[in-house]
Design a protein around this ligand. Structure first.
Ligand code: GRG
Length: 296
């Protein structure tokens, strides 16, 4: 990774971590166990890809970072919420996440459910309380992120994912499920910068929209490949767990080679969507490559 990106990424990760710390209640405030579980879920080692996409899309459009802190925090809180639910016994029943016990293992199932229940409204409270955005921008951000996690977004995708276990899907059905389950929040991360930048023409709005959708699907295909090929200590969760549960994934249905080819195809198409933004899109380009080439 070129040093200029390494430094910038580390700075944005620190920035969002400090904003997350400010948004989350302290553990010393009651109910202490609940607040401990919420903080555990957020601060146990995530890569912060979604907040990084918010800031990179902001750089692409020339939006000031301080305007992007709110959506970056809200989206990471929603992401943490979704991972708690995803790991529960009623869903994927995973004991390990980011190399550490999942929230329901570290605490207990009831506390994990409540921590997730509390992270979601906190995300919307952060957005509603944005002091540096117009009322119209706040409304649009709430709508964008609510839709991305609702039944026509992440929750709907998760429902389709559970229903598809042990079944065969077509490429289109599978990619639609990925677009909802994983892609919707990734797209919302990129598009939140668009909401804060008023003067983007229709062609470039569509280009950013397409970039977000393609990179969201590629993210999930890469996640599937890592589940097949990654080692547990590197990916931080049990390797091979998708196959064990009979999950409908790209590698399971179409093979690892086809999965890699599809990832590369989505990446190159997504990169061509950024052409009209010139060098301002370099951080987004870098993140898109990272999403497809990452090892964890
Ligand atoms: C949260 C509204 C809402 C509903 C819950 C459980 C659920 C419905 C949705 C789960 C969706 C889900 C877990 C999709 C998988 C996305 C994915 C590949 C997550 C891993 O993301 P990384 O690699 O994780 O960015 P880190 O650990 O780096 O944060």
């Amino acid at each position: 990774m070129p040093d200029k990106f390494k430094d910038r990424i580390a700075a944005y990760q620190e920035r969002v971590d400090s904003c997350l710390d400010a948004a989350l209640p302290q553990v010393s405030v009651g109910p202490e166990r609940l607040h401990g579980a919420m903080r555990y879920a957020v601060f146990n080692g995530g890569k912060r890809v979604r907040p990084l996409l918010v800031y990179a899309a902001g750089e692409c459009l020339g939006v000031e970072p301080h305007l992007l802190d709110g959506p970056a925090v809200a989206i990471e809180l929603i992401h943490a919420f979704s991972l708690i639910h995803d790991d529960l016994p009623a869903m994927d029943d995973d004991d390990l996440r980011r190399g550490k016990p999942t929230v329901h293992i570290q605490y207990d199932e009831a506390t994990a459910i409540l921590a997730a229940d509390a992270l979601q409204p906190l995300a919307f409270s952060v957005l509603a309380g944005l002091g540096n955005a117009s009322a119209s921008a706040r409304n649009q951000l709430v709508r964008l992120i609510a839709d991305a996690c609702g039944s026509l977004g992440m929750t709907g995708g998760q429902s389709a994912d559970l229903a598809a276990e042990g079944k065969t899907l077509t490429v289109d059905e599978l990619e639609h499920m990925y677009a909802l389950k994983t892609g919707a929040l990734i797209h919302a991360a990129i598009f939140s910068a668009r909401i804060l930048y008023k003067d983007l023409d229709d062609a470039r709005t569509a280009a950013l929209d397409n970039f977000g959708r393609k990179i969201g699907i590629a993210f999930q295909i890469k996640d599937d490949i890592l589940d097949v090929e990654g080692e547990t200590h590197v990916i931080g969760k049990p390797s091979g767990s998708d196959a064990e549960r009979g999950k409908a994934t790209y590698p399971a249905l179409f093979g690892v080679d086809a999965s890699r080819e599809r990832c590369d195809e989505l990446l190159s198409s997504a990169l061509s969507d950024l052409a009209s933004f010139g060098s301002a899109a370099a951080p987004l380009e870098w993140l898109a490559r990272y999403i497809v080439e990452r090892g964890q």
